[in-house]
Design a protein around this ligand. Structure first.
Ligand SMILES: Cc1ncc(COP(=O)(O)O)c(C=O)c1O
Length: 467
């Protein structure tokens, strides 16, 4: 796979570039690219240079690859503009922001059916990645304490998840010295299954991490069945293995669209849950949450205290300083939307996902793998033997010519020979845009089908991207 190297790309550009002297102050005529200039420049000049350069970024509204919110309504933007100076760690200086964070924790604990939503522990984070690290660390510490109390070795902790986990869990295992045990997916079980979990766990397993909304395809892993299998294992062997649910996307979908699905703290084995506020929580980038089932599920010795209104307040985070504005935006959404509003937004996204699945599924070329019935994400593959002339990577490039960003990428081990394409339908991708997308999608396929030989290209550019 080719490595796009930002530094090499920069080095291919001239070290300095000139600006039009008519629109800049004297002395601002040439600007060094890779050093801080000796003098500053007018704010307008700095603004214009960066404004022009980021015009080369993709259009966020046409970005069907990301899970992350790219649109909020004007009042939310106004609030954002009024609060981007808040630092989340300064609880004493911004006590109301701290109080609102605390309120959001209670709201999420209640939404996910914690038995003690008023007293349990939870924190905001920069995203699900930080939230997963904290959830994983709590599992590791709990396991270490239990083992030490019995005089047993704590040398070889492991953690169990499917091969389709998001990269953050690979990072967790790597950074915190925990052996990752992957249960490989297969066509019969394209997600983590109870049998695979039971075969993978042992006395050194700190926890099992099923995903509510697999990143690759959007499908829910069967959390209740996995919990049941672990209950049975405990009855037989005494091994009590906790579950952390990675609900990065599904944590803000299932409570509204599938309220009867049992995946959360209604299962006593589920000890912690993370979600991205900046995905289906509908907040701009920079927000995640992790909530523990009950206070006791977060080992006390991981908690630090920061001063707050003459006393102190417990926190657990990797960052110290962090923007507080997104937390306020999360609370804005809770107030503004209520359960009805969240339902309406998520249902609209789901209906648009189902609409696209139907349209794409009716085309000769494709087979739908996930239609958006779990989270509003659809994924499809090219039918076997459909054409030797083009691949989904070519289709992805072709769609880019209209501005649409739709990723193509291989599935994880043991299904890596299958390439899929995925669309994440988010708030702001309207039915009107979905119709317009389908026009371009069919044009792109028609163009590729008109080729009488394979697309000429170097396959090293067939690199997928996903989030
Ligand atoms: C299942 C899952 N877990 C974790 C993450 C990481 O989330 P974030 O980007 O909020 O750090 C993602 C992102 O797509 C995800 O899909």
């Amino acid at each position: 796979m080719p490595q796009w190297h930002p530094h090499r790309e920069q080095k291919n550009l001239p070290d300095e570039f000139p600006v039009n002297p008519l629109f800049s102050r004297q002395g601002e005529v040439t600007i060094p690219r890779l050093r801080i200039g000796d003098q500053g420049m007018l704010p307008e000049t700095a603004y214009q240079i960066i404004h022009d350069e980021i015009a080369l970024d993709g259009n966020a509204r046409l970005n069907l690859a990301t899970f992350v919110t790219t649109w909020m309504e004007p009042d939310a933007k106004r609030l954002y503009g009024e609060s981007f100076d808040k630092n989340m760690i300064d609880k004493d200086e911004y006590p109301q922001t701290a109080a609102i964070e605390e309120r959001c924790v209670r709201i999420l604990a209640d939404l996910w059916n914690s038995p003690n939503p008023d007293t349990t522990m939870g924190v905001s984070t920069t995203g699900s990645s930080e939230a997963c690290m904290l959830g994983g660390l709590a599992l590791k510490r709990r396991w270490q304490k239990l083992r030490k109390s019995k005089g047993l070795s704590t040398d070889r902790p492991n953690i169990v998840f499917s091969s389709s986990v998001q990269v953050v869990w690979e990072k967790f295992a790597n950074y915190w010295d925990v052996e990752p045990r992957y249960v490989n997916i297969n066509p019969d079980h394209p997600y983590l299954d109870a049998e695979g979990v039971i075969n993978a766990v042992d006395e050194n397993t700190i926890g099992v991490v099923p995903i509510l909304g697999v990143t690759y395809t959007g499908v829910y892993e069967p959390i209740a069945a996995i919990a049941k299998a672990l209950d049975e294992l405990q009855e037989k062997t005494g091994l009590d293995i906790p579950i952390h649910v990675d609900a990065a996307s599904g944590g803000f979908i299932a409570p509204f669209l599938q309220p009867d699905l049992i995946w959360d703290f209604r299962l006593p084995r589920v000890k912690s849950i993370n979600v991205s506020g900046h995905k289906y929580g509908l907040v701009y980038p920079g927000l995640g949450w992790v909530i523990w089932r009950e206070k006791e599920d977060l080992p006390e010795d991981l908690i630090f205290r920061v001063s707050y209104l003459g006393g102190n307040m417990p926190t657990f985070a990797l960052n110290f300083s962090r923007p507080g504005a997104q937390v306020l935006l999360q609370y804005y959404n809770f107030l503004r939307l209520g359960k009805d509003g969240y339902y309406a937004v998520q249902k609209t996204s789901q209906e648009n996902a189902l609409f696209l699945s139907k349209e794409i599924g009716e085309m000769d070329a494709f087979e739908i793998l996930a239609d958006g019935s779990d989270i509003p994400v659809l994924a499809w593959k090219l039918k076997e033997d459909y054409t030797p002339n083009w691949t989904l990577y070519d289709l992805s490039r072709q769609l880019r010519t209209y501005g649409w960003q739709v990723p193509a990428y291989p599935l994880p081990a043991d299904m890596e020979e299958i390439t899929i394409m995925r669309i994440v339908v988010r708030n702001g991708f309207s039915r009107d845009l979905a119709h317009l997308f389908m026009v371009n999608f069919k044009q792109a396929v028609e163009f590729l089908n008109s080729l009488d030989r394979p697309v000429l290209k170097d396959t090293k550019y067939d690199n997928g991207f996903h989030h």
